[in-house]
Ligand binder design. Structure first.
Ligand code: PLP
Length: 401
């Protein structure tokens, strides 16, 4: 008998993310009393700034607890428009902005609104694990564009030109990137824009959620290629910059017809984002910005310390990263060897499993990001945790035979 709850073809191809699987295994080991350090999750260890929390509290007490406009409050869209204007692009109209329940929903709305079965989305790899799965759930076909450490984990204009075909609907760029911390400089973006000018059937989605955690000058794609604004959707939010992952506020800036289509999707899933969180996000965008630079400096110091420790293992080959809070070293030098307790290591998954079981350090294998042979570490953790993790990783690597 056929199961009424069999998965649809679209969802059948999607699995729980490997990041979650690792977190669950790490949690199980902790329950057994093991001392486990998780460098797996992608969220800042800072608290949400007090003035942001206070704004939410005030809004709730003032009765801002009802449905908001589905597209987002005027106050928040004004604040987003002002921020986008400050950063060098044209100030968008309010009708060119949609507020969503996290940046993730911006992606979902856009793909659900535009993809037909078989439509292709070009995604540079390594990519954030959710990108291909969201495309798949929306009926599209993710097409990975591989990059290398030597090339700074960035696609080249030639590679993009060769990948664009008649079924290509979107290019999805992420800068600064998760997991490699790659940043496209203005010249890189301009060179890609030149290719895209010759492909008018392709939309350009640029996920700039790590904009404020960037160790080289950041420039938005909107500012680099304003002539492509009619085909560009910028994805951004407060989750990473303001340590607000739990508040679930992200937004998209794009042409009106796309925003209207995304709004139609959103109106049938979540309606507007949380009223109180939107009030908090206004305070985040309009309040003190000094702390963003301070936090960025703090992340940079952690990056340098951890990258040096990883490279000193002689096994992990760790390029630096220009943004976000991840390192993405190659672990291929461990392949063909056995761990201290005799686990054979043939790939990045084996490496992560042995490291977790033997030293209690949870990392995510590169295959989860479409780039096997690497591991991802988040350094959004306390220095004490990072130092202890580095000591354990060094011991694990020293024992490989
Ligand atoms: N985009 C990238 C590249 C991310 O790494 C993440 C979260 O890890 C998101 C978007 C999701 O952001 P949000 O929590 O606002 O949905």
């Amino acid at each position: 008998m056929s199961d009424p709850f069999r998965r649809s073809a679209r969802v059948g191809a999607v699995e729980l993310s490997e990041i979650l699987t690792i977190s669950e295994r790490a949690a199980a080991l902790k329950r057994e009393g093991r001392d486990v350090i998780t460098l797996g999750t992608g969220e800042p260890d800072f608290p949400t700034p007090a003035h942001v929390v206070e704004a939410a509290h005030r809004a709730a007490l003032a009765g801002e607890t009802t449905y908001t406009l589905t597209v987002g409050t005027i106050a928040l869209r004004e604040a987003i428009a002002a921020a986008a204007g400050r950063e060098g692009g044209d100030r968008p109209d309010l009708a060119e902005i949609i507020v969503c329940t996290g940046a993730k929903q911006v992606l979902y709305n856009a793909f659900a609104a535009t993809l037909d079965p078989g439509d292709e989305v070009l995604i540079p790899a390594p990519y954030w694990t959710s990108y291909p799965d969201i495309v798949t759930v929306c009926g599209g076909r993710p097409v990975a564009l591989p990059t290398t450490a030597a090339g700074g984990f960035r696609i080249t204009p030639g590679q993009l030109a060769a990948a664009i075909g008649p079924r290509t609907r979107w290019l999805l760029l992420n800068s600064p990137s998760n997991p490699a911390g790659a940043v496209y400089a203005p010249d890189d973006l301009e060179a890609l824009a030149e290719v895209l000018r010759a492909a008018p059937h392709v939309g350009i989605m640029v996920d700039e959620i790590y904009q404020h955690i960037c160790y080289v000058p950041f420039r938005s794609f909107r500012a680099v290629a304003p002539d492509l604004a009619d085909r560009t959707l910028i994805v951004n939010g407060v989750s990473k910059s303001h340590a607000m992952t739990g508040w679930r506020i992200g937004w998209g800036i794009g042409p009106r017809r796309l925003i209207a289509a995304m709004l139609a999707v959103q109106s049938q899933i979540t309606s507007g984002a949380s009223s109180v969180s939107q009030a908090a996000a206004v305070a985040a965008l309009e309040g003190d910005r000094q702390f963003l630079a301070e936090r960025c400096d703090d992340f940079r110091a952690r990056r340098d310390r951890l990258a040096a420790a990883l490279n000193a293992t002689g096994i992990l080959d760790c390029p630096s990263a220009d943004g976000a809070f991840y390192l993405f070293p190659a672990c291929a030098a461990a392949f063909g060897r056995s761990s201290g307790r005799g686990r054979r290591i043939e790939n990045d998954g084996d490496f992560c499993e042995a490291l977790l079981e033997e030293e209690g350090v949870a990392l995510v294998p590169g295959r989860a990001f479409g780039t096997p042979g690497h591991v991802r570490l988040s350094y959004a953790y306390s220095r004490a945790s990072l130092d202890e993790a580095a000591t354990r990783i060094a011991r694990f690597c020293a024992e490989l035979r």
